[in-house]
Design a protein around this ligand. Structure first.
Ligand SMILES: Nc1ncnc2c1ncn2[C@@H]1O[C@H](COP(=O)(O)OP(=O)(O)OP(=O)(O)O)[C@@H](O)[C@H]1O
Ligand SMILES: [Mg+2]
Length: 246
């Protein structure tokens, strides 16, 4: 069994206009783990995720995703990582199937039809495959977005607020999917503002002002913050960060 971490980066920095929006972030996520990435709006989650998947070059820091160097092997990382962006990035005027087929073409997948069928099946989208993406409710849209990240069978998923604006039942089903994927050995880094989702992660990383504030299991973070629950820990940690970093 491969025990090397799926994500192993140290000292990541990204500056915009002289301001470090990601400031010395180190992350290690074990293979097959679900790591929740928590932090207030503007704390640097999306920027960090984009550095991990080779879309953004760090100003400092280095490391690997799936053993591939985030600076040198960005192209290979893009082929092996599934990145679900914060905004729905698919085509409203294409059907579910056409959207997935389009992504399969981008990856130049051999056996495109089978790959699309497998993604439809995995996410329970087969019966709706001819429905236009633009006509889907928020929950089904997010499910399609997840299917599109899985089409090239990635071993690491970077999910950026995948359930924002989705109702509780659809969110729960989405998380059942995440756990099923992790059970198959896929590693997941997922940002969220929902504490019930944070509870379902194996590990958590809290970030604010571009800096890591705490990491560990939910129980460890609650205990070390002297908090009553994860939401309380969030409020306390971000409050301390505000005092320290502003
Ligand atoms: N291309 C850019 N140019 C300038 N500033 C940027 C750019 N991208 C992000 N920022 C700034 O960097 C900071 C971190 O943004 P980022 O999107 O990473 O935060 P986030 O944690 O994902 O927030 P949210 O929870 O709202 O999605 C913010 O202050 C944002 O305005
Ligand atoms: Mg974001």
């Amino acid at each position: 069994m491969n025990v090397a971490p799926a994500i192993d980066v140290t000292g990541l920095v990204k500056r915009y206009g002289g301001r470090a929006v990601v400031d010395d972030v180190s992350l290690q996520v074990g293979a097959g783990r679900i790591c929740g990435f928590l932090g207030p709006n503007g704390s640097g989650k999306t920027t960090t995720i984009r550095m991990l998947c080779g879309l953004l070059t760090p100003d400092a820091g280095d490391g690997t995703c799936l053993g591939l160097d985030i600076r040198r092997d960005a192209a290979a990382i893009k082929r092996q990582v599934g990145y679900m962006t914060q905004k729905f990035g698919l085509y409203d005027d294409l059907s579910i199937r056409q959207n997935l087929d389009f992504v399969a073409r981008l990856f130049e997948l051999p056996g495109r039809r089978a790959a699309v069928d497998a993604a439809l099946e995995r996410l329970g989208l087969t019966a709706r495959q001819h429905q236009l993406a633009g006509s889907l409710s928020g929950g089904w849209k997010q499910r399609l977005a997840l299917a599109s990240c899985l089409i090239h069978q990635p071993r690491l998923l970077l999910l950026d607020e995948p359930t924002a604006g989705v109702d509780p039942k659809a969110r729960r089903e989405f998380w059942d999917q995440i756990h099923a994927l992790a059970a198959d050995g896929i590693t997941v880094l997922v940002s969220t503002h929902y504490m019930d989702e944070a509870e379902r992660c194996h590990d958590l990383v809290y970030i604010a002002y571009g800096r890591v504030l705490a990491r560990g299991s939910a129980a460890e973070i609650v205990a070390s913050a002297g908090a009553s629950d994860l939401e309380d820990a969030f409020v306390r940690l971000v409050g301390q960060a505000q005092d320290n970093y502003t």
